[in-house]
Structures are given as C-alpha cells and as structure tokens.
Design a protein around this ligand. Structure first.
Ligand code: ADP
Ligand code: MG
Length: 348
C-alpha cells in the first residue's frame, strides 16, 4: 500500500543548524504515528515539512505517493493542530470550526451543518455559541481538533496538542484522541516529547535525536529492544551498563541496557537458576512511589543498578530491603539489551 507520508533522506538546515538531518521514513495510511524526542530534536520541523510550511534543503517528500515539491500547504491533503490551538478569539466556537469551509467558499447553511457535525464528533455540541475564552483548556483543544478535521484531511498533523493541559485532563484526552483517530480512520502524525504519551497512543513511533531518527518501531519493540543508548534512556528509564561493568556482570564487554523492572531481589539463601544473572550489592537508597518502589543498589566491586518493584499483591512479604542491607539481584539474560552508539549521555 502507498504510504501516507514518505521521507527520503530529507534534510532541513537553518544555516549551521541541522534541524532535520537525512531523515528517511514511511508512515502508513491510517496509522497513528508518533514523533518522539526532546525539545529541539527536529519534530516540529518535520511536521512543517509535511504541511508545506517549510521546504527541504535536500531530499524528497511524498504524500500518498505524490511528490509535494512546490505544492503549497493549502493544496496538500493535510491539516495541522497546533499546541496553542491558534483559535480566533473574536469568533464563536461554531465559526472557528466552520472556518476552513468558509475559506473554501461553502454556503452558510452547509458550513453550519458540517460544523455542528464536527462539534458532535468531539463532544462539544452544546457550546457552539461560545467564544474560545469561555472554554476550558480541554474544550479549546477539541475545538482546534474539530476545526482541523472539518475539511476531511487524509493526514492530520498534531504538534504537542495536549502540552498545555494538566496531567489528569491530558490522560483523558489521550484516550479520547486515540478513540477519535480509530473512528475517523485518518493518518495521525503526532508530535510529543512525552514518552508515555507516545508509547500509549501510537501504532508506531520514531525517536528523534538532534535532527535524526534513532529508531522506528511499535511501542513494545522500541521499549523492549531500544536500538541505541539514547533511545534506551529517553523511552522509559533504564540502567545503562558501560562495557567494563557489563563485562563483569554478564561476560559481554559491550554497552548494555537493562530495565529496572526486570531486576528482582533474590531471597536470602535462594538459589538462582542457570539462565539467570546475579550480582551482590547493598541498598543505597529507597524511594517509595505508591504503585512501585525504586531501589538504588550499590554493587559489590563498583557501579550501581536501579531496581523498580511493583507494590502489587503479595509484594510486601518479599520486600524488606533497607538502606545499608546486603542484597542479591537477579535478572534474565534475555532482558539485557545490547546498545549501539556507546553509552550515550541520556542514560540513567
Ligand atoms: P522540536 O519540535 O523537536 O522541539 P524543532 O523542529 O522546532 O524541534 O527545531 C529543531 C532545531 O531547529 C532547533 O535547534 C531549532 O532551534 C531549529 N530551528 C527550527 N526552526 C528554525 C528557524 N526557522 N530558524 C532557525 N532555526 C530553527
Ligand atoms: Mg516542537
């Protein structure tokens, strides 16, 4: 199937700054695709390249199989939801939503009918007469969404659309947005710096770092098998073992990562099976986080590991580690992930 968006070695440089640096990428039709990365990693520039607000310095972009070089933004079958919503403050909610149809010259009754339909889609039907200032943050967000969807774009670009909302509302909107995307079935390209958001919402995600993509994959692939130290550290928290420490613990003297929740404590006197790795250490610090507890363990012979244990049913009986106590840690060899690109700087 023809991808919705295709980048072939696309670069966008601003003078010395390589905002986007030889990015190749295919986003499938109907996919919820997240672009994840820290601030300044080139995500917004990629969206602007798709939208046509920015032209590549080099490389090639296709939207639904058609080269978009020289095609102005309004002729591309895409629309954008911006982080600050960019609503018109002097217009009613209904007129904001209908704006795209007005630009196209649709008749007033038709504009009204379609705008009302869109407001229903985003569950705002009762608020058509209000001004943006009379809405909550979440409601404004939905108006922006309805406004972007009214022209039935085949690709919707969303740039940190939930960034201005508080945590509870953000989590609720994540679920709503994902459900909406399934319902309308169009391609979403979703920019975020929030790894939890990217993991929980997307079908696939690309992890950006300094204008380049470090890894593309399904959320579970990226989390379970981070390709680089940067990805391992940015997507979730991880222990990154420098080659020297890795060699001592696992016999493989190369940069490795192991997730803190994949490490467990051995009970005193408990023997570990052949397939397991063990190491002795001492609890240096304990942080209680409600659902889980985080242990900082200083290893015998140097180095440290973070261990996270869920405070799930039955867990209390096994805990009991206190600062200064000797412990033995255990993990599956298969949970240790080799990393490319050294130990990086993003690691825990
Ligand atoms: P992100 O959205 O991931 O935070 P951006 O794509 O906005 O990153 O920016 C990537 C890099 O490009 C940053 O270093 C930014 O300062 C730079 N940049 C973006 N737009 C411009 C511009 N119009 N002029 C100069 N530099 C820019
Ligand atoms: Mg940005």
């Amino acid at each position: 199937m023809t991808p919705a968006v295709r980048f072939e070695r696309v670069s966008r440089h601003f003078g010395e700054v390589r905002a986007v640096d030889e990015v190749s990428l295919e986003i499938a039709d109907g996919e919820f695709f997240a672009m994840l990365g820290p601030s300044g990693s080139g995500k917004t520039t990629c969206l602007r390249l798709i939208a046509g607000f920015e032209q590549p310095t080099a490389g090639h972009i296709e939207i639904h199989g058609v080269t978009v070089e020289g095609v102005p933004p309004y002729e591309r079958d895409v629309n954008t939801v911006f982080q600050d919503y960019a609503l018109f403050p002097h217009m009613s909610v209904l007129d904001n939503v209908a704006y795209g149809l007005m630009v196209k010259g649709a008749a007033k009754a038709e504009r009204r009918r379609q705008a009302e339909e869109m407001l229903e889609l985003v569950v705002l039907a009762g608020l058509a007469g209000r001004r943006p200032a009379q809405l909550s943050g979440g409601q404004r967000q939905r108006v922006a969404l309805a406004r972007a969807l009214i022209n039935h774009p085949r690709v919707l670009l969303l740039d940190e659309p939930l960034g201005a909302l508080d945590l509870k509302l953000r989590e609720q909107m994540q679920i709503e947005l994902k459900a909406l995307q399934r319902r309308v079935g169009i391609t979403f390209v979703y920019v975020t710096h929030d790894q939890g958001e990217a993991l929980s919402m997307s079908d696939r995600l690309a992890v950006f770092n300094e204008g380049r993509i470090e890894q593309v994959g399904r959320p579970d692939e990226v989390y379970e098998h981070p390709a680089t130290a940067f990805v391992a550290g940015f997507v979730g928290f991880t222990n990154i073992l420098a080659p020297e420490l890795a060699g001592r613990l696992t016999g493989r003297a190369e940069a490795l990562s192991i997730r803190p929740e994949r490490i467990d404590f051995l009970a005193p006197g408990e023997a570990a099976a052949e397939a397991l790795c063990t190491v002795e250490g001492e609890v240096a610090d304990i942080q209680y986080h409600g659902a889980n507890t985080r242990y900082q363990v200083r290893l015998a012979g140097g180095g440290e590991l973070i261990v996270i244990r869920q405070n799930a049913r039955g867990a209390r009986a096994r805990a009991g580690a206190r600062p200064g106590e000797p412990v033995r840690l255990v993990w599956d060899r298969g949970d240790v992930q080799p990393l490319h690109g050294g130990t990086g700087e993003a690691g825990g």
